[in-house]
Design a protein around this ligand. Sequence first.
Ligand code: GLP
Length: 235
Amino acid sequence: MKLIETANYETMSQKAAALVIQQVKSKPNTVLGLATGGTPVGMYQYLKEDYEQNQTSYQNVHTVNLDEYVGLSKEDPKSYAYYMKNHLFKHIHIPIEQTFLPAEEQGDKYEELIASLGGIDLQILGIGENGHIGFNEPGTPFASKTGIVQLAESTREANARYFSSMNEVPTHAISMGISTIMQSKNILLLVSGSKKAEILYRVLTEDVDESLPASILKTHPNVTIIADQDALSVL
Ligand code: GLP
């Protein structure tokens, strides 16, 4: 596992965008695994700026997202489909039919889709305050595949900021499984802010265990963590 420390959120985002651009340039038909949440917003902003300045081509890129809420339509501004369109897809001229998010009725089909694309070249990840990756909460078997998952109350609370009330926060999501994530050729985990310092410390120092989903990443051969100083403040 490679750990890159950056001074702040901006430099973390810049560095992450640079790695994505490098990947897309070296393999124009790259399959990118994408994440949502607050953490990668800055990285997407830098990808947008790079596209405006350098026209990096995404014409042959395919994207597969980690997760989506159950019960929200694609047009719902709180859906991850909307988030991806708004933060990235509409800015980089990627053919929209080459972008995928898991859907409720899919399950195994999402696994087949990823396999038919040749697997994920680079998977971007954030981490939940409880150590979740995607929406795979503590206790999820490491062998899990894409499917419907129940959200932990703490995860619903952490995401309530995007909804007008806690009642509106979905109780379920569809998430790429942990084994699906682990099949990616390369993984880039972004961690920012003091709220994530404790969990990052635990991931780096504790044993690999299903009670701490992100700990499995330590067994993957090509993981890079980019963390800002605040996220590393407990180390
Ligand atoms: C969310 C998402 C994850 C994300 C994580 C952290 O619930 N499902 O994919 O990585 O929690 O989110 P944030 O970046 O907003 O802290």
